[in-house]
Design a protein around this ligand. Structure first.
Ligand code: GLV
Length: 311
């Protein structure tokens, strides 16, 4: 019997791990490296972060596109026939790294690290009062797999955590808010705001002047979602006016940013180069194996996006 083919178009070094896992754990499937013709182009499945251009034409038999990352906003979903499923990566390592990043960023803002970094550079010793975690309210936007895990970890430090999402979610010990009508109330009780939203037409530019103005004065911001969530000119203005006291950003509108990007030089901003979290190849390969096998059995693929919602 011919084995179903999964085309792999990503980093070749990580690809070696994928080939190893498929050889050992999925002899019923065949993983082939991407080439624009032949077996890979005729495959029903593709694993990629950057698919080939003009994907619908390049892979006319495609049935499922497995994204190698958590976010799928960069994929040409609207160009694909409705029958093609698009699947996000949900991997325990990816979740764990995102939780680490969010905790690191929140603690850095909570403990005034951007301020102390500036003081140190100026040769100053300027202690500030230590505020207990129980008095710092954390607001998390985006309560998917990553957001829920981050919310739980932050609760463990004693922070009062609230979460906001487009559709209602309920989480033990976390106050949740849903939809635009609740946004002002959610923001008014948020001292450190974290963005882990998916990027969709509804969330693009959401971190803007109007939203910053609804936070308590001096709030902090962590953006580990997408650069497109923030209006960077508004973010700079909110930092300069003191409406925001500091920001930790893993994502920017243009990546990599130009060397003279004002956020890179801002004394109260820490920028990391889109490294908050990354898929680990072994876990990712196993998720794809499970997804392909489910699809072959005619069952739903776990973590397939709802194409009408875009995430
Ligand atoms: C990275 O940004 C991802 O979406 O996995």
């Amino acid at each position: 019997m011919t084995r179903p083919v999964i085309a792999y178009k990503s980093d070749p070094v990580r690809g070696a791990v994928w080939h190893d896992i498929f050889a050992r754990e999925a002899p019923d499937l065949r993983l082939v490296d991407w080439t624009p013709d032949g077996e890979a182009a005729a495959a029903p499945y593709l694993v990629a972060w950057t698919p080939p251009p003009d994907l619908a034409r390049a892979m006319p038999r495609l049935q499922a596109l497995f994204c190698i990352g958590a976010g799928i906003d960069h994929l040409p979903v609207h160009e694909l026939p409705q029958t093609v499923q698009v699947v996000r990566m949900v991997d325990p390592n990816l979740t764990a790294s995102m939780v680490e990043y969010v905790v690191m960023a929140v603690l850095a803002l909570h403990r005034d690290l951007p301020f102390y970094r500036t003081e140190q550079a100026a040769g100053r010793w300027t202690p500030r009062p230590v505020r207990p975690a129980t008095e710092r309210r954390i607001g998390l936007m985006g309560l998917g797999v990553l957001g829920q895990a981050a919310a739980r970890a932050l609760s463990g430090f004693g922070f009062p955590v609230r979460g906001w999402s487009a559709s209602p979610k309920s989480l033990d010990g976390i106050e949740t808010f849903a939809g635009d009508a609740t946004l002002s109330h959610f923001l008014s009780g948020t001292d450190i705001l974290i963005c882990l939203l998916p990027l969709t037409p509804a969330t693009r530019g959401l971190l803007n002047r109007d939203l910053f103005a609804r936070l308590p004065s001096g709030a902090g911001l962590v953006n580990a979602g997408r650069g497109g969530h923030a209006v960077e000119a508004d973010l700079l203005a909110a930092l300069d006016s003191g409406q925001l006291s500091g920001a930790i950003l893993d994502v920017l509108a243009t990546e990599p940013p130009p060397a003279d990007h004002p956020l890179l030089a801002h004394p109260r901003v820490v920028v990391t180069p889109h490294v908050a979290s990354a898929t680990q190849p072994a876990g990712a390969a196993r998720q794809v194996i499970q997804g392909v096998r489910a699809h072959l059995r005619g069952e739903p693929i776990a973590h397939a996006i709802d194409r009408s919602q875009g995430y």
